[in-house]
Design a protein. Structure first.
Length: 379
Protein backbone atom coordinates (compact mmCIF):
# COMPACT_ATOMS: atom_id res chain seq x y z
CA UNK A 1 0.00 0.00 0.00
CA UNK A 2 2.87 2.36 0.79
CA UNK A 3 4.60 1.63 -2.51
CA UNK A 4 1.42 2.23 -4.44
CA UNK A 5 0.77 5.46 -2.54
CA UNK A 6 4.31 6.77 -3.19
CA UNK A 7 3.76 6.26 -6.89
CA UNK A 8 0.38 8.01 -6.80
CA UNK A 9 1.90 10.98 -4.98
CA UNK A 10 4.90 11.05 -7.32
CA UNK A 11 2.51 11.37 -10.25
CA UNK A 12 0.99 14.59 -8.85
CA UNK A 13 4.15 15.91 -7.19
CA UNK A 14 4.58 19.25 -8.91
CA UNK A 15 1.11 20.17 -10.11
CA UNK A 16 -0.47 23.52 -9.30
CA UNK A 17 -3.99 24.17 -8.00
CA UNK A 18 -5.28 25.02 -11.48
CA UNK A 19 -4.13 21.67 -12.82
CA UNK A 20 -5.58 19.97 -9.72
CA UNK A 21 -9.07 21.37 -10.46
CA UNK A 22 -9.16 21.35 -14.27
CA UNK A 23 -11.65 19.19 -16.06
CA UNK A 24 -9.56 18.40 -19.14
CA UNK A 25 -12.31 16.45 -20.90
CA UNK A 26 -16.02 15.93 -20.29
CA UNK A 27 -15.55 12.20 -19.61
CA UNK A 28 -12.80 12.68 -17.01
CA UNK A 29 -12.93 14.18 -13.51
CA UNK A 30 -10.23 16.61 -12.32
CA UNK A 31 -7.04 15.17 -10.81
CA UNK A 32 -7.95 16.54 -7.37
CA UNK A 33 -11.22 14.66 -7.44
CA UNK A 34 -9.38 11.40 -8.10
CA UNK A 35 -7.08 12.05 -5.15
CA UNK A 36 -10.00 12.75 -2.82
CA UNK A 37 -11.90 9.77 -4.18
CA UNK A 38 -8.95 7.46 -3.48
CA UNK A 39 -9.05 8.60 0.17
CA UNK A 40 -12.84 8.45 0.39
CA UNK A 41 -12.96 4.91 -1.02
CA UNK A 42 -10.29 3.73 1.42
CA UNK A 43 -12.22 5.24 4.34
CA UNK A 44 -15.50 3.72 3.16
CA UNK A 45 -14.28 0.16 2.66
CA UNK A 46 -11.64 -0.21 5.35
CA UNK A 47 -12.65 2.18 8.13
CA UNK A 48 -16.43 1.99 7.81
CA UNK A 49 -17.14 -1.44 6.36
CA UNK A 50 -14.31 -3.49 7.88
CA UNK A 51 -13.41 -1.63 11.06
CA UNK A 52 -16.96 -0.41 11.76
CA UNK A 53 -15.87 3.18 12.45
CA UNK A 54 -18.38 6.01 11.93
CA UNK A 55 -17.98 7.98 8.67
CA UNK A 56 -14.80 10.05 8.64
CA UNK A 57 -15.27 13.62 7.33
CA UNK A 58 -18.85 13.03 6.10
CA UNK A 59 -18.80 16.47 4.47
CA UNK A 60 -16.64 14.89 1.74
CA UNK A 61 -19.14 12.15 0.98
CA UNK A 62 -21.09 13.99 -1.72
CA UNK A 63 -17.97 15.40 -3.36
CA UNK A 64 -15.79 12.30 -3.48
CA UNK A 65 -18.23 9.37 -3.74
CA UNK A 66 -18.47 7.63 -7.11
CA UNK A 67 -22.22 8.31 -7.25
CA UNK A 68 -22.06 11.82 -5.78
CA UNK A 69 -21.79 14.82 -8.11
CA UNK A 70 -21.76 14.76 -11.92
CA UNK A 71 -18.22 15.04 -13.34
CA UNK A 72 -18.72 18.66 -14.41
CA UNK A 73 -19.45 19.64 -10.79
CA UNK A 74 -16.31 18.07 -9.36
CA UNK A 75 -14.16 21.13 -10.11
CA UNK A 76 -14.73 23.05 -6.87
CA UNK A 77 -12.17 21.35 -4.69
CA UNK A 78 -10.41 22.08 -1.41
CA UNK A 79 -6.77 23.21 -1.54
CA UNK A 80 -4.25 20.56 -2.61
CA UNK A 81 -2.76 20.47 0.90
CA UNK A 82 -6.22 19.92 2.40
CA UNK A 83 -6.98 16.97 0.13
CA UNK A 84 -3.53 15.50 0.82
CA UNK A 85 -4.19 15.86 4.57
CA UNK A 86 -7.45 13.96 4.14
CA UNK A 87 -5.58 11.25 2.24
CA UNK A 88 -3.01 11.06 5.07
CA UNK A 89 -5.63 11.10 7.84
CA UNK A 90 -7.48 8.16 6.29
CA UNK A 91 -4.23 6.28 5.75
CA UNK A 92 -3.04 6.75 9.33
CA UNK A 93 -6.32 5.38 10.71
CA UNK A 94 -6.23 2.53 8.20
CA UNK A 95 -2.75 1.54 9.35
CA UNK A 96 -3.83 1.74 12.99
CA UNK A 97 -6.64 -0.66 12.19
CA UNK A 98 -4.32 -2.85 10.11
CA UNK A 99 -2.33 -3.62 13.27
CA UNK A 100 -5.34 -5.48 14.73
CA UNK A 101 -7.26 -6.44 11.56
CA UNK A 102 -8.01 -10.14 10.86
CA UNK A 103 -6.22 -9.83 7.54
CA UNK A 104 -6.60 -13.49 6.54
CA UNK A 105 -10.37 -12.94 6.26
CA UNK A 106 -10.07 -9.55 4.60
CA UNK A 107 -7.29 -10.03 2.10
CA UNK A 108 -9.54 -9.79 -0.94
CA UNK A 109 -10.91 -6.37 0.00
CA UNK A 110 -7.50 -4.92 0.87
CA UNK A 111 -6.12 -6.13 -2.47
CA UNK A 112 -9.16 -4.75 -4.25
CA UNK A 113 -8.51 -1.38 -2.64
CA UNK A 114 -4.88 -1.21 -3.82
CA UNK A 115 -6.05 -1.90 -7.34
CA UNK A 116 -8.72 0.77 -7.02
CA UNK A 117 -5.98 3.31 -6.31
CA UNK A 118 -3.91 2.00 -9.25
CA UNK A 119 -6.80 2.58 -11.63
CA UNK A 120 -7.38 6.12 -10.45
CA UNK A 121 -3.64 6.80 -10.64
CA UNK A 122 -3.76 5.80 -14.31
CA UNK A 123 -6.69 8.14 -14.91
CA UNK A 124 -4.64 10.91 -13.26
CA UNK A 125 -1.88 10.22 -15.82
CA UNK A 126 -4.43 10.48 -18.63
CA UNK A 127 -5.75 13.80 -17.35
CA UNK A 128 -2.17 15.11 -17.03
CA UNK A 129 -1.49 14.14 -20.65
CA UNK A 130 -4.67 15.91 -21.77
CA UNK A 131 -3.84 19.06 -19.79
CA UNK A 132 -0.23 19.14 -20.95
CA UNK A 133 -1.47 19.07 -24.53
CA UNK A 134 -4.37 21.51 -24.18
CA UNK A 135 -2.27 24.42 -25.44
CA UNK A 136 -1.80 22.48 -28.68
CA UNK A 137 -5.12 23.25 -30.29
CA UNK A 138 -4.23 21.54 -33.53
CA UNK A 139 -2.29 18.44 -34.36
CA UNK A 140 -1.47 15.61 -32.10
CA UNK A 141 -0.61 15.42 -28.46
CA UNK A 142 3.09 15.03 -27.75
CA UNK A 143 4.17 12.21 -25.45
CA UNK A 144 4.54 13.54 -21.89
CA UNK A 145 8.00 15.03 -21.30
CA UNK A 146 8.07 17.09 -18.13
CA UNK A 147 9.57 15.69 -14.92
CA UNK A 148 6.07 15.80 -13.45
CA UNK A 149 5.47 12.63 -15.38
CA UNK A 150 8.29 10.74 -13.62
CA UNK A 151 6.66 7.35 -13.92
CA UNK A 152 5.43 7.96 -17.42
CA UNK A 153 8.83 9.01 -18.68
CA UNK A 154 10.46 5.87 -17.37
CA UNK A 155 7.75 3.93 -19.11
CA UNK A 156 8.40 5.63 -22.42
CA UNK A 157 11.70 3.81 -22.91
CA UNK A 158 10.04 0.42 -22.57
CA UNK A 159 7.51 1.81 -25.01
CA UNK A 160 9.86 0.84 -27.83
CA UNK A 161 8.94 -2.25 -29.73
CA UNK A 162 11.88 -4.54 -30.58
CA UNK A 163 12.01 -5.38 -34.28
CA UNK A 164 12.21 -9.07 -33.68
CA UNK A 165 13.16 -9.41 -30.06
CA UNK A 166 11.33 -9.94 -26.84
CA UNK A 167 9.79 -13.21 -27.85
CA UNK A 168 11.80 -16.38 -27.65
CA UNK A 169 9.72 -18.19 -30.20
CA UNK A 170 6.61 -20.26 -29.91
CA UNK A 171 7.38 -23.94 -30.43
CA UNK A 172 4.96 -24.04 -33.32
CA UNK A 173 5.58 -20.59 -34.72
CA UNK A 174 6.22 -20.42 -38.44
CA UNK A 175 5.59 -17.98 -41.25
CA UNK A 176 3.70 -18.61 -44.43
CA UNK A 177 3.03 -15.42 -46.38
CA UNK A 178 3.88 -11.77 -45.85
CA UNK A 179 0.59 -11.21 -44.07
CA UNK A 180 1.79 -13.58 -41.38
CA UNK A 181 5.12 -11.79 -40.91
CA UNK A 182 5.62 -10.92 -37.29
CA UNK A 183 2.64 -13.02 -36.31
CA UNK A 184 2.66 -16.00 -33.97
CA UNK A 185 0.60 -19.15 -34.38
CA UNK A 186 -1.36 -19.99 -31.25
CA UNK A 187 -2.22 -23.66 -31.68
CA UNK A 188 -5.76 -24.97 -31.17
CA UNK A 189 -6.63 -26.11 -27.67
CA UNK A 190 -8.04 -25.16 -24.31
CA UNK A 191 -6.69 -22.58 -21.90
CA UNK A 192 -7.88 -21.19 -18.58
CA UNK A 193 -9.41 -17.75 -18.96
CA UNK A 194 -9.83 -15.46 -15.95
CA UNK A 195 -8.40 -16.00 -12.49
CA UNK A 196 -9.28 -17.30 -9.07
CA UNK A 197 -6.28 -15.64 -7.38
CA UNK A 198 -7.08 -13.45 -4.39
CA UNK A 199 -6.20 -10.32 -6.40
CA UNK A 200 -8.67 -11.17 -9.16
CA UNK A 201 -11.48 -8.66 -9.59
CA UNK A 202 -15.08 -9.86 -9.67
CA UNK A 203 -15.13 -9.59 -13.47
CA UNK A 204 -12.13 -11.97 -13.84
CA UNK A 205 -13.97 -14.73 -11.97
CA UNK A 206 -14.61 -17.56 -12.10
CA UNK A 207 -11.60 -18.92 -13.98
CA UNK A 208 -12.91 -21.24 -16.71
CA UNK A 209 -11.67 -23.33 -19.59
CA UNK A 210 -12.05 -22.03 -23.15
CA UNK A 211 -11.32 -23.86 -26.41
CA UNK A 212 -9.94 -21.88 -29.35
CA UNK A 213 -9.02 -23.04 -32.85
CA UNK A 214 -5.69 -22.12 -34.44
CA UNK A 215 -5.14 -18.40 -34.95
CA UNK A 216 -2.27 -16.04 -35.65
CA UNK A 217 -1.68 -12.98 -33.53
CA UNK A 218 0.59 -9.97 -34.06
CA UNK A 219 3.91 -10.36 -32.26
CA UNK A 220 3.69 -6.73 -31.10
CA UNK A 221 1.07 -3.99 -30.95
CA UNK A 222 0.52 -2.09 -34.20
CA UNK A 223 3.13 0.68 -34.41
CA UNK A 224 2.88 4.28 -35.59
CA UNK A 225 4.98 3.27 -38.61
CA UNK A 226 2.50 0.58 -39.57
CA UNK A 227 -0.52 2.76 -38.81
CA UNK A 228 0.87 5.55 -41.00
CA UNK A 229 0.30 3.34 -44.05
CA UNK A 230 -3.41 3.32 -43.20
CA UNK A 231 -3.51 7.12 -42.86
CA UNK A 232 -1.56 7.64 -46.10
CA UNK A 233 -3.78 5.21 -48.00
CA UNK A 234 -6.73 7.45 -47.09
CA UNK A 235 -8.01 5.10 -44.44
CA UNK A 236 -9.82 7.90 -42.60
CA UNK A 237 -11.57 8.94 -45.83
CA UNK A 238 -12.83 5.56 -47.00
CA UNK A 239 -15.99 4.12 -45.47
CA UNK A 240 -15.26 0.52 -46.56
CA UNK A 241 -12.82 0.05 -43.70
CA UNK A 242 -15.27 1.20 -41.04
CA UNK A 243 -18.37 -0.12 -39.35
CA UNK A 244 -21.41 2.11 -39.94
CA UNK A 245 -21.15 3.39 -36.37
CA UNK A 246 -17.40 3.95 -36.68
CA UNK A 247 -17.82 5.87 -39.94
CA UNK A 248 -20.43 8.16 -38.33
CA UNK A 249 -18.05 8.75 -35.46
CA UNK A 250 -15.07 9.56 -37.72
CA UNK A 251 -17.09 12.00 -39.84
CA UNK A 252 -18.91 13.80 -37.05
CA UNK A 253 -15.75 14.23 -34.96
CA UNK A 254 -13.47 14.93 -37.96
CA UNK A 255 -10.96 12.37 -36.80
CA UNK A 256 -7.89 12.03 -39.06
CA UNK A 257 -5.14 10.54 -36.86
CA UNK A 258 -4.49 9.03 -33.39
CA UNK A 259 -4.85 11.40 -30.45
CA UNK A 260 -1.29 10.88 -29.20
CA UNK A 261 1.82 11.01 -31.37
CA UNK A 262 4.82 8.71 -31.30
CA UNK A 263 7.83 7.40 -33.20
CA UNK A 264 7.54 4.85 -36.00
CA UNK A 265 8.59 1.90 -33.84
CA UNK A 266 6.33 2.75 -30.87
CA UNK A 267 2.85 1.28 -30.39
CA UNK A 268 0.00 3.46 -31.62
CA UNK A 269 -1.60 5.10 -28.58
CA UNK A 270 -4.79 7.13 -28.41
CA UNK A 271 -7.07 5.35 -30.85
CA UNK A 272 -10.72 4.50 -30.37
CA UNK A 273 -12.06 0.98 -30.83
CA UNK A 274 -13.45 2.18 -34.18
CA UNK A 275 -9.99 3.14 -35.45
CA UNK A 276 -8.46 -0.13 -34.24
CA UNK A 277 -11.22 -2.11 -35.93
CA UNK A 278 -10.88 -0.13 -39.19
CA UNK A 279 -7.09 -0.58 -39.33
CA UNK A 280 -7.46 -4.32 -38.80
CA UNK A 281 -9.88 -4.51 -41.74
CA UNK A 282 -7.46 -2.42 -43.87
CA UNK A 283 -4.70 -5.02 -43.40
CA UNK A 284 -7.07 -7.96 -43.93
CA UNK A 285 -7.08 -8.96 -40.28
CA UNK A 286 -9.40 -8.38 -37.32
CA UNK A 287 -9.17 -7.49 -33.64
CA UNK A 288 -8.61 -10.43 -31.29
CA UNK A 289 -11.41 -11.57 -29.02
CA UNK A 290 -10.53 -11.17 -25.36
CA UNK A 291 -9.99 -14.93 -25.13
CA UNK A 292 -7.61 -14.88 -28.12
CA UNK A 293 -5.64 -12.08 -26.52
CA UNK A 294 -5.51 -13.76 -23.12
CA UNK A 295 -4.50 -17.18 -24.43
CA UNK A 296 -1.68 -15.64 -26.49
CA UNK A 297 -0.51 -13.72 -23.41
CA UNK A 298 0.27 -17.09 -21.79
CA UNK A 299 3.25 -17.47 -24.13
CA UNK A 300 4.13 -13.84 -25.04
CA UNK A 301 4.90 -10.91 -22.87
CA UNK A 302 1.99 -8.62 -23.66
CA UNK A 303 1.80 -6.37 -20.58
CA UNK A 304 2.70 -2.75 -19.95
CA UNK A 305 3.02 -1.10 -23.36
CA UNK A 306 -0.50 0.10 -24.22
CA UNK A 307 -3.97 -1.14 -23.37
CA UNK A 308 -5.19 -3.18 -26.31
CA UNK A 309 -8.71 -3.15 -27.69
CA UNK A 310 -10.43 -6.48 -28.19
CA UNK A 311 -13.60 -7.37 -30.12
CA UNK A 312 -15.28 -8.56 -26.91
CA UNK A 313 -18.14 -6.69 -25.24
CA UNK A 314 -17.61 -6.33 -21.51
CA UNK A 315 -19.84 -8.86 -19.72
CA UNK A 316 -19.65 -11.16 -16.74
CA UNK A 317 -18.39 -14.73 -17.12
CA UNK A 318 -20.88 -17.52 -16.34
CA UNK A 319 -21.63 -17.57 -12.58
CA UNK A 320 -20.35 -14.02 -12.11
CA UNK A 321 -20.73 -12.65 -8.58
CA UNK A 322 -20.34 -8.93 -8.04
CA UNK A 323 -17.68 -7.69 -5.61
CA UNK A 324 -17.39 -5.50 -3.66
CA UNK A 325 -20.47 -3.70 -5.06
CA UNK A 326 -22.58 -4.02 -8.23
CA UNK A 327 -21.44 -0.58 -9.38
CA UNK A 328 -17.87 -1.79 -9.75
CA UNK A 329 -18.29 -4.06 -12.82
CA UNK A 330 -21.86 -5.24 -13.19
CA UNK A 331 -23.21 -1.77 -13.90
CA UNK A 332 -21.11 -1.79 -17.08
CA UNK A 333 -22.40 -5.13 -18.43
CA UNK A 334 -24.61 -3.12 -20.76
CA UNK A 335 -23.39 -4.28 -24.16
CA UNK A 336 -21.89 -0.82 -24.78
CA UNK A 337 -18.34 -1.23 -23.45
CA UNK A 338 -15.47 -3.07 -25.14
CA UNK A 339 -12.82 -4.99 -23.21
CA UNK A 340 -9.20 -3.77 -23.22
CA UNK A 341 -6.30 -5.95 -22.12
CA UNK A 342 -2.63 -5.65 -21.22
CA UNK A 343 -2.08 -2.48 -19.22
CA UNK A 344 -0.11 0.58 -20.32
CA UNK A 345 3.17 2.23 -19.26
CA UNK A 346 1.02 4.26 -16.83
CA UNK A 347 -0.49 1.18 -15.16
CA UNK A 348 0.95 0.26 -11.77
CA UNK A 349 2.04 -3.39 -11.48
CA UNK A 350 -0.62 -4.31 -8.88
CA UNK A 351 -3.32 -3.90 -11.51
CA UNK A 352 -1.53 -5.53 -14.43
CA UNK A 353 -1.92 -9.22 -15.31
CA UNK A 354 -3.08 -11.30 -18.26
CA UNK A 355 -6.56 -11.86 -16.83
CA UNK A 356 -7.16 -8.18 -15.92
CA UNK A 357 -10.08 -6.64 -17.79
CA UNK A 358 -10.48 -2.95 -18.53
CA UNK A 359 -13.53 -1.50 -20.29
CA UNK A 360 -14.47 1.67 -22.11
CA UNK A 361 -16.96 2.91 -24.68
CA UNK A 362 -15.68 2.27 -28.23
CA UNK A 363 -15.33 5.98 -29.01
CA UNK A 364 -12.95 6.71 -26.11
CA UNK A 365 -9.43 7.63 -27.32
CA UNK A 366 -8.03 9.61 -24.39
CA UNK A 367 -6.92 6.44 -22.60
CA UNK A 368 -3.50 4.95 -23.37
CA UNK A 369 -4.89 2.40 -25.79
CA UNK A 370 -3.63 0.76 -28.95
CA UNK A 371 -4.24 -2.71 -30.35
CA UNK A 372 -2.87 -5.76 -32.10
CA UNK A 373 -4.53 -7.88 -34.77
CA UNK A 374 -5.25 -11.54 -35.42
CA UNK A 375 -5.98 -13.59 -38.50
CA UNK A 376 -6.90 -17.21 -39.13
CA UNK A 377 -5.42 -19.27 -41.94
CA UNK A 378 -7.38 -19.13 -45.13
CA UNK A 379 -8.96 -15.82 -44.12
C1 LIG B 1 -12.21 0.05 -15.04
C2 LIG B 1 -10.84 1.97 -15.28
C3 LIG B 1 -13.01 1.91 -16.27
O1 LIG B 1 -11.73 4.16 -13.53
O2 LIG B 1 -13.79 4.20 -14.18
C4 LIG B 1 -12.48 2.98 -10.47
C5 LIG B 1 -12.32 1.52 -12.56
N1 LIG B 1 -14.19 1.75 -10.86
N2 LIG B 1 -13.39 3.19 -9.50
C6 LIG B 1 -12.78 3.59 -13.83
C7 LIG B 1 -12.98 2.07 -11.33
C8 LIG B 1 -14.43 2.45 -9.74
C9 LIG B 1 -12.87 2.07 -13.85
N3 LIG B 1 -12.22 1.51 -15.08
FE1 LIG C 1 -13.28 4.66 -8.01
Amino acid sequence: MQQCRSRTLERIRSIDYDTFCTQAHADFSPIGWHVGHIAYTEALWILQRLAGYPPLMPEYHRLFAQDGLPKSQRVKLPEIATVLEYLELVRSQVFEYLAIAPLEQQERLWKWLIQHECQHAETIAIVLALIESSSLRFGQIQPPKSPMYGGLQAGCSSFKVPQNGGFRGHSQASHTSEKFNNMILIPAGNFIQGSHEIEAQDNERPAHSVYLDDYWIDRHPVTYGEYRAFIEAGGYQQPEYWTAEGWDWVKSNEITQPLYSGKADQPVCGVSWYEADAYARFVGKRLPSEAEWEKAARSQNMLGEVWQWTSTWFAGYANFESYPYPGYSQQYFDGKHRVLKGGSWATFPWAMRNSFRNWYYPQVREIFAGFRCVVVKGA
